[in-house]
Structure formats: C-alpha cells, structure tokens
Design a protein. Structure first.
Length: 439
C-alpha cells in the first residue's frame, strides 16, 4: 500500500481497557513512537474503542501497519489503517464497496484477505456488535475505483465461507435535501420470534430487497434494517407496512374493548413501525434536541481547541458558518499579547447544525493543527467531573487557600483551583492526529 506523507495510524476495534501505555509498548517495538492517543468520551472518559499512533518515520508506520494489523490486543483483534486527515477521502464514497450476506464467521482479517487481491485497501471492516458478533455485512474502501469495480465483478455471487455474498458499489446517502429519496428502512415493534427471513419475506412483497439486518438492544428487544434496491419500493413499503397489526389472533381477542396502549416511544403497541433509517448525524441531532428541550440555553455551544495563535473571532466564525447559523464565535485571547490562547467557542441555533459541525470539523487540520471540536461544558460541570476523576484520598481540590501543590508550591483554591485543566485533560500534546474511518 502506498504510504501518505505523514506517519499517523488509526487503530480501531480496541478493547475498552486498552490504554496509551499498552499501545506504546506494542507499537514502539516496531519503531520510535512520537505520540499516542486513545480517544475517550468527554464526560465519563471511557474509551471509544479507537485511537491514533504517530511515528517519527513513515517507514516505521508502514511496517507497523504490515506487521500488527489484526493482531490481538487484550483478546480483541485490532484494525489498523492510515489516518485520513482529509475527510473528503473518506466521504466521497469513491472506491468504497458494500458486502452483505456474509457468513457470521467472517471477521475483518478474512474480509481483508479476500479483497486485498484486487488492489490497495484504505480500510476494511465487518459490522459487528460490541461483543464482536458479526451483523453479516461489511465495507471495503479501495485506494481507487478501478480496484473496487474489479472486486465487484470478481466476488459478487461468490461463496465466502458458507454463504454466497452480494457485492456492490457503496451508495452514499445524500445528507442535504433528499430525505424523500431513500432505500434503507428502520423497523421495530415486531414479534420476538421474527427472524431475518421473515422480514425479507414480508418486505419482499413490496419489491427487491438488497439486504436485511436484525439486531437486539440492551433490553433484548429486536429491531432491524431493510435495504431495498429501488427507492420507490422502500417508500411503498412504508406506506403499506407502517402501523400494520402484528398481534396474534389471541392477543387481538384479549385486547377487544380496551383502549389502545402506547409504548415508551409513544408508538402503538402491537403495530409495526417502519420508517426511513436516519443517518448517524440525524440521530445525534434528534437525541440532542430531545435532551435540550426546556433548557434556557439560547443555542448549542461548541468548544474548539488547538487553534492557531493568529485566529480571530471572524476567522472562527468563517470556519463554522458552512454548517449553519453561527450566533456567536469567540477566540479567547491573552490580554498581554493579544494572541489567541488556542481555544474558543462557537454557538449554533440548532442541535442539528452543531452536530454537523462536530462531525465535519473535529480533527480537521487547520493551519497545520488538528482541531478538537466538542460540546462545551459549564465550568461547574467540568470541575465536578474532573474532581471525581482525579481526586484521591488525602488530596483536595482547594476550598479557600490551597496547601502544597504537586510541584511543592502553594496553589490557590476555590475558583482558581481548577484553572489550566481543559475539558479534555490528558489529551493535549497529541498533535498531528488525523481521523480514520470508513466511507
């Protein structure tokens, strides 16, 4: 595989307990490591299951990719690829193929070994639940479209494991303005004894079904996704099957004369739910909108870190304006030098705009630095979270005058006791990281 000009690797599918120290020990055996970061939730600090490893040398990074990809770390096979700093390389969909009807025993490595025969692979992943159980489909992103076309021609209809796979060009969803044109449906509120074959049979009455995936939530309730070949068939199935009565005859008799019951999501009990499957950004925006309902905040405030010292308010606003209406943009400055202190805040009118900005701008390289973009926390919320995380017996975070600090000098307590601790404490000094991912 041709290596990029920078020596940064994305490491995914990590066990939640994997730390920077563990990754350093593994990757430093290949060559000198410049920096490592395991990405964590900004609130509870739990691992998000992926991280970045920066080498001093591109050759060392390439050797690590060749020798460590799919190796086991804490009992889980890791997935390594070049970190893609330019989001357009991941999001155009060019060279990206979709593989479904996979044997449940096919893992990332087996998929990679099968498709690497046709060209250089940027990323390769079998979709799976948190325990590693395959959902039966995956994605392979090639360096160029010719390799993708060759893979489709050669592998589509071929037996891999115990199943005949379907391989096609990945169809990227249009996020803007085409919500009435879709093929993928979200289905829930059906009987627990329904399986993928039942869903495929039912929805197949409306048109050709490309793929069906069945899943369970943490409460054991089943839900699924049905992907049609033609958008018009998907739309027809929503009109025909949404709110279809799926109760047994016995359940119908027992419910006679009773008032219709609604579930926690206010959907009628015993009625099938069929709607267009939302994108990840849409789900995040919907969740944020529900959770921000009734709050007094004028808009959604984002925290932006790792800004260039020459950044002005107008520069910050210009960076984020493509994602929605920016109600305010402030690059915090040092009064002594009148230069940006490296962080700032941007406020949007809606949660959807803010979610889009986070998705597009987080880790995007601006003036040679990868930005950190996330939801801003109130000072007291951040202070309490850091207090709970870093407080240890015999060490207090100041209430009034502080005693001796960690460096032997007296520290101020109260309000200033938390000064200098950013919302993402422990994540500084990891510059040069890019974002890896799928198309």
């Amino acid at each position: 595989m041709s290596a990029p000009q920078f020596a940064s690797l994305y490491v995914g599918d990590l066990h939640p307990d994997v730390t920077e120290a563990m990754l350093y020990e593994i990757f430093n055996s290949v060559g000198p490591v410049a920096s490592i970061r395991v990405c964590r939730d900004s609130i509870n600090r739990k691992s998000l299951g992926y991280g970045y490893v920066n080498f001093h040398s591109v050759a060392d990074a390439e050797r690590a990719l060749d020798t460590l990809n799919y190796s086991s770390i804490r009992g889980r096979s890791c997935r390594i690829m070049w970190s893609q700093r330019d989001p357009t390389l991941r999001k155009t969909g060019a060279g990206n193929i979709y593989v479904n009807n996979l044997d449940k025993n096919i893992d990332n490595k087996a998929l990679y070994d099968t498709f690497s025969l046709f060209g250089n692979i940027l990323s390769c992943k079998v979709a799976a639940d948190p325990t590693g159980k395959s959902y039966g489909y995956g994605f392979v992103h090639y360096e160029n479209e010719d390799s993708a076309k060759q893979a489709i021609d050669r592998v589509n209809g071929m037996m891999i494991g115990e199943k005949q796979v379907n391989v096609c060009q990945f169809q990227k969803r249009d996020k803007e303005g085409k919500k009435d044109v879709f093929t993928n449906l979200y289905v829930k509120c059906f009987p627990q004894d329904w399986d993928e074959e039942k869903l495929k049979s039912l929805f197949g009455e409306c048109g050709e079904v490309r793929a069906v995936a069945l899943r369970e939530d943490d409460k054991g309730r089943k839900y699924g996704f049905v992907d049609f070949v033609k958008p018009e068939d998907a739309k027809a199935s929503v009109e025909k099957l949404h709110l279809m009565d799926v109760r047994t005859e016995e359940e119908k008799r027992n419910d006679e004369g009773k008032e219709e019951q609604l579930g926690p999501d206010e959907h009628p009990a015993g009625k099938l739910y069929v709607q267009r499957a939302l994108t990840k950004a849409e789900r995040q925006a919907e969740w944020q909108s529900k959770n921000s309902a009734g709050k007094s905040a004028v808009g959604i405030n984002l925290y932006v870190k790792n800004l260039d010292e020459g950044t002005e308010d107008a520069d910050l606003k210009e960076l984020f304006e493509p994602f929605g209406t920016v109600t305010s943009a402030k690059a915090n400055k040092d009064p002594a030098t009148d230069k940006c202190k490296g962080f700032g805040f941007v406020s949007f009118t809606t949660a959807e705009e803010a979610a889009r900005a986070v998705t597009e701008m987080h880790l995007k390289v601006i003036k040679g630095k990868p930005l950190y973009v996330g939801l801003a926390e109130k000072r007291e919320v951040r202070a309490e979270r850091l207090r709970q995380r870093y407080a240890t017996p015999g060490v207090a975070f100041g209430d009034g005058k502080g005693g001796k600090g960690f460096k032997g000098k007296g520290g101020k307590g109260g309000k200033d006791g938390m000064r200098g601790m950013s919302p993402m404490m422990g994540m500084g000094g990891m510059g040069g990281m890019g974002m890896g991912g799928m198309g």
